[in-house]
Design a protein around this ligand. Structure first.
Ligand code: DON
Length: 563
């Protein structure tokens, strides 16, 4: 029963839970020089306009980010956080961590009752679930390091979009209507999102426009200090939250060294801690590299089996070892070491599933030193950025800051509230990911860039909570092993295993009945609900002739534009 509840919770919170209707458009948008792929056409176009004005990928990143905060409130944000991985045209690479942090007075047991049990919904709904947002600090870090156009030109399109409004899509109307009760429950005034939405309705957000204007005029301080911060802290306090002025004024985004590793002829650059994305991606790819994947039929029983077993072992390590690297020692090198991984895979058998309880985490020799959004950009100069950003679940905590018009995240749920207690994605964690003052919660976001022969090959990422890593993985394999085009790859049905619960989650109607029954006979449990989609991958592939092909996920309203 408990397991069933968990599975239902996971599926309910996964994205907007629309049925996986995959249009069969095989080739994506092709462009010669530059491309932006994001969750909404308005945001992609705003990013591209900046590139057309001779802005670079970083200028476009800032513009796209603020535009998504307006037009895609389910995940686009200024009240959340995220990660960026970049690769410049000279081959230099880096990563920015603008992940939320726990408030100063947060503590390990803040979501437990007197008996030590997790209090339902406390880390997911309302002001107490909010982490200190990092998005605005992140945008300024990017701008200050790499931006080339005036900041006001980058944010103005988002201000105009908020003030003048935009059209609600069909999928968006469904998603907003589904969240209406929660907005009502969590806030102490009637928010602009609470009405019966239908396709074609118009959303104007004047308070958000004014907040964005303060950011335009005052910089980072237009968010973390002054009027916006007052509105933020006062409202959160009114609702019983704990974020203070000190929390906001101390927040800093951090430049980090991305995880880089080889998979066959490819060099993969992905996000490091506090995201587990890059480490798990490296572990899984290295686990399957010894097998001749291209000879195994795509999405066949053997293919699903191999990936599933590698995924189980990696997610078991994730649960045990991974947390904010600034707070806990994480043996990244050991965890991604080829010998260690070989040993982890030594119990894999083609003849039967390894039950998750038999797997647990590996033995490390020594310690050395349901809604998110992803956008991919390549500019006309050859720079690439891969950004995944989130409020955590759809519309985050559902707190819409009164007078300031932006939604706050519920990222605190990505911590492990109690060891071995699953979070909303069914992920469990250990002490490594326990809550502590100013610590960053572990993420699965996996913004990734791939090179081949020293040249840019692909930019990709996706939302999807715990499934992010395995969606990125499958798209990498679609391209590198199966020679698919970018759109073709994004369209493929996806599956996912995360060690616990011990099930293979599959997109409905995507997989052959014989494959499912042979997996079952090998001892696998399959979860395939009607309303389950896995991720929304937005990616760009550099074609052999140098053109760019966009992969915009038909599971959402995602759109690629280019020139
Ligand atoms: O950081 C993470 O891993 C999660 N907060 C991401 C949430 C997410 O992707 C929700 N989307 N479906």
């Amino acid at each position: 029963m408990k397991k069933n509840c968990l599975l239902i919770t996971i599926s309910l919170f996964l994205l907007n839970c629309e049925k996986a209707t995959i249009k069969k458009k095989k080739t994506g948008v092709i462009a010669q020089k530059a491309m932006v792929v994001s969750a909404r056409v308005e945001a992609s176009k705003i990013g591209l306009d900046i590139l057309k004005k001779n802005g670079n990928a970083y200028d476009a990143m800032v513009a796209t980010h603020f535009a998504l905060a307006v037009v895609y409130p389910v995940a686009g944000n200024i009240g959340g956080g995220g990660f960026m991985v970049y690769r410049n045209n000279d081959g230099t690479k880096g990563a920015l961590d603008f992940r939320e942090k726990a408030p100063v007075i947060a503590h390990r047991d803040m979501y437990l009752d007197a008996q030590g049990n997790v209090i339902k919904n406390k880390s997911t709904e309302g002001a107490y679930a909010v982490g200190i947002p990092g998005s605005v600090a992140g945008a300024f870090e990017v701008f200050e390091k790499f931006g080339s156009l005036p900041f006001k030109d980058l944010i103005q399109p988002a201000i105009d979009l908020a003030r003048n409004g935009f059209k609600v899509t069909k999928k968006q109307a469904i998603s907003l209507n589904r969240a209406a009760d929660k907005f009502e429950k969590v806030n102490n005034y009637k928010t602009l999102f609470e009405k019966e939405w239908k396709e074609g309705d118009w959303i104007q957000q004047e308070e958000l426009a004014q907040t964005l204007e303060r950011i335009r005029d005052l910089g980072k301080e237009g968010f973390y200090k002054g009027k916006t911060a007052d509105l933020f802290v006062n409202y959160v306090t009114e609702l019983g939250g704990i974020i203070s002025h000190e929390d906001l004024s101390k927040y800093k985004a951090i430049w980090r060294k991305p995880i880089t590793f080889n998979y066959r002829d490819y060099n993969i650059i992905s996000m490091t801690l506090p995201s587990s994305g890059g480490i798990c991606l490296a572990q899984i790819l290295k686990s399957i590299e010894p097998y001749d994947i291209s000879k195994i039929k795509h999405n066949s029983t053997k293919y699903i089996q191999l990936l599933t077993e590698a995924e189980k072992r990696s997610y078991a390590d994730r649960a045990n070892f991974l947390g904010d690297i600034d707070f806990v020692k994480v043996p990244i090198d050991s965890l991604t070491d080829t010998e260690y991984i070989k040993q982890r895979m030594s119990t894999f058998s083609w003849n039967k599933a390894t039950p998750s309880p038999e797997i647990s985490h590996g033995k490390i020799l020594g310690y050395e030193s349901d809604e998110t959004t992803h956008y991919s950009i390549i500019d006309q100069f050859g720079n690439a950025v891969s950004v995944t950003t989130t409020l955590n679940t759809g519309y985050g905590s559902k707190v819409l800051v009164k007078g300031a018009g932006f939604i706050l995240n519920n990222e605190m749920d990505d911590f492990s509230s109690k060891p071995n207690n699953p979070n909303i994605y069914g992920l469990i964690g250990s002490e490594a990911n326990s809550i502590a003052s100013e610590k960053r919660m572990l993420s699965s976001m996996t913004p990734t860039i791939i090179e081949k022969n020293g040249k840019l090959k692909m930019v990709l990422g996706t939302p999807g909570g715990s499934t992010i890593i395995t969606s990125v993985l499958q798209n990498i394999l679609n391209i590198t092993e199966y020679n698919m085009g970018m759109q073709e790859s994004v369209n493929q049905p996806r599956f996912h295993h995360q060690w616990l619960p011990d099930v293979i989650r599959m997109e409905p109607k995507g997989f052959d009945i014989q494959i499912k029954s042979s997996l079952k006979s090998l001892g696998y449990t399959i979860l395939e609900k009607n309303a389950l989609i896995i991720g929304r991958v937005d990616a760009i592939l550099v074609l052999p002739n140098g053109n760019l092909e966009g992969g915009a996920d038909p599971r959402g309203d995602d759109t690629a534009v280019g020139f």
